[in-house]
Design a protein around this ligand. Sequence first.
Ligand SMILES: [Zn+2]
Length: 342
Amino acid sequence: MLTNVAFTTAASLKHNFPNHPENNERVPAIVEALRSAKLLERMTEITNPAAAKLEQVTEVHQADYVQELIERLDSNPTYLDSAPTYFTHASLQCALHAAGASIALVDTVLDKNAQSGFALIRPPGHHAVPGAAMGFCLLANIAIAARHAQKRGVERILILDFDVHHGNGTQEIFYDDSSVLFVSIHQEGLYPGGGQAYQTGINTGQGFTLNIPIPAYAGGSAVQQILSDLIFPSVRHFCPELILVSAGFDAHWRDNLSNLQYSGRDYHVISTALQELASEFCSGQIVFFLEGGYDLPALSESAVNVFRALLGEPSIDTLGPPLHPEPDIRNQLTHIRSLHDF
Ligand SMILES: [Zn+2]
């Protein structure tokens, strides 16, 4: 059976800052790679998605934070934090567009106009907390999309974050919430510093946050073990109705912002596994959202591998294998599993 895959773009060309890794070349690089792989014509493009409405944003963010962003529009371009997260005259409009594109793609999948999708959006979202911008992120795109899906009646959502950095914003938003299982695989000790395994949720959300911090140089074998030892059992225990994925590609061995060693093929492996879980629990419904990934060749080839997995095509890897031997993480994974019930 042919899989119907949708995508949408919010390239946010006007949200840009000199010499910043989170720049306006990122989404066009992915689209160009899809074009040369002749994949664009095999998918449904959701064109001109509406910007998110302020009331959709404030389902997740504090109203005074949104007001602060509106008031800053008259000021000169500036940094909002030390990451640094930049903010220009165009940034709020771009962020609302990215969040709106996220919502539109979730609607496309929930309306069964496509089975799966990938929102190629920026600025990214998973570091943004309810009351502040953080880590190149202004609005929490995936969380806004998740709340939108819940308003449409979806009760249990898996949010899986494989960006190399901990998805602290998403964690904070859903930390006391048993309706969202939040799973983050990230390099331990990296920005923004949280995401320790013992952070498992609070109150009714206890057990619904699964942090998987892994050491520098972990790569393809780690991915396989994490999937079999932690992801499959935890997701099968939770039984999600929808799967949303924070898809950052900065764990690729070429990316300068971290020291994990995923290859392009590993993103295909992860995506295939998640698609399998979506078929098992969610009628195949799964939506990916672009987060980080700053080495353009690695970013675009890795993103193409997600699309290839969704389309049932084999992986490609033209960039070669990682350079360093992988550490053994079995004891760490056993420890993480001991902190959970699944
Ligand atoms: Zn990242």
